[in-house]
Design a protein around this ligand. Structure first.
Ligand SMILES: [Zn+2]
Length: 74
């Protein structure tokens, strides 16, 4: 029966395409997650204008400063 082998061939082809598609989706998702790690939040010092990472900045009266000296001046 040729029809039996034809159906089997179609099933194998569909399974192969479904597997290949799901694999490529996982790969694109992985590279998308990597993109988020590169972003860093920088703020400008209100006194001297130096850019400093937000988690390292000094804050006084809602303004950001690069160092304690700038914070005392401003
Ligand atoms: Zn400063």
């Amino acid at each position: 029966m040729i029809l039996k082998w034809l159906i089997l061939g179609v099933i194998v082809y569909v399974v192969y395409i479904a597997f290949f598609k799901s694999k490529s989706v996982q790969n694109s998702k992985g590279s998308f997650d990597k993109k988020d790690d590169d972003s860093e939040d920088l703020v400008e010092c209100s006194e001297c204008g130096t850019f400093v990472a937000k988690h390292e900045a000094f804050i006084k009266n809602g303004k950001f400063y690069c160092s304690k000296e700038c914070m005392l001046k401003g």
